[in-house]
Design a protein around this ligand. Sequence first.
Ligand SMILES: *Cc1c(COP(=O)(O)O)cnc(C)c1O
Length: 435
Amino acid sequence: MAKLAINGGTPVRTKLFPAYNTIGQEEKQAVMKVLDSGNLSQFLGAWHKDFYGGPTVQQFEKNWALAFESKYAISVNSNTSGLFTAIGALGIKPGDEVIVSPYTMSASALAPIIYGAVPVFADVDYDNFGLNPESIEKCITPRTKAILVVHIFGNPAKMDEIMAIAQKHNLYVIEDCAQAPMAKYKDRYVGTIGDIGIFSLNYHKHIHTGEGGVIITNNDTIAERSHLIRNHGENIIEPKGVENAFNTFGYNFRMTEMEAAVGIEQLKKLPSLIDDRIINANFIANELGKIDGIIAPNIETFSKHVYYVQAFKFKKDIIGVDRNTFINAVKAEIPSAVLREDTPLIGAGYVKPIYLQPLYQQRATHCSFNCEKYKGTVDYSKGICPVTEKLHFEELFTHEYMRPGMSKTDMEDVVSAFNKVIENIDELKVATIKS
Ligand SMILES: *Cc1c(COP(=O)(O)O)cnc(C)c1O
């Protein structure tokens, strides 16, 4: 008789895990106040005091800048639009190259393409999954203008090494902090180390406003250009007397007053949500780390990892079956969560290395890598980032069972699922041979 649920045995648990829902009474009341005012947005695309948005948007930005120890915080309607703004604000243009990570949400690599520049993929670090400094160096050419770093999963990238490379070659550093709000690298919040940092307030993230994002910077010019790009800059440069008109056309990337009201309340909750994530992640890392062949994430003692997800490495040779077979067996033992009934909270790998997407494989754009101003030759072949490919296709798995709201018992069920699969691993070996 099979023991493992994937072979027809009884699962460890069928009761759904608790929802991750950070929205409460505070957000409800804050939104009601905005609704009562009748002003759901107060932006004006003209040189007027409302160019900077309404009172709630401006209060939210003030609070964010204070919390993240940054001179400016500029709200936008997503991290994606914030990344586009960053590329535009830094003056990146056709013919330029930007070094990006292949192991991140697709928008981080796409941002340079919006301004006609070329994303060049450096490999990730085998230990912390952010950009690997040596690999970055190998990607630098006379056309390189910036490094777009992602603090993936909530773990800070190797910023000292990356900033040293940027300084040596006179490059900008953009930090995609979508997964790492309040993560720290040597006592500094990520997002304040490079030239510009961008956060996400999408509903998948630590805290959210439904959709939304925030840009932070300490640089006056970058801040001014970001404001222009967010809000119809072409109308503003003349009356405001902005000298550099180049590429200062704007979009509409503005946040509403309702979202800002939610954001103000969510920001208050962020520190304690992060504390809970760290406590839970440490428990799971400690328990799963006891399994020979499962390796807990490496965190530098000077870094604060804020666990958007928790990533582990899986050693097939020690465990005796491949990662996908193993993770599928774990998935069968434990359910998903309330609000996410159809989506498992654990997965083999993360996202497919970005250069393998059709956009890059087919070079399907008018400009960027097809632009006549581009004098380089960029490679998007399979194999260019061997560490990323090994992690994604063979070794890495990620889970979200460390989310606040998970009780000790909930997490013990997760650990039991792993231990049960290990104890009955022979059942999977038989299955592997049969298939
Ligand atoms: C979620 C995410 C984004 C996109 O954020 P949106 O606010 O949904 O546009 C970009 N980069 C990374 C690393 C992300 O995790």
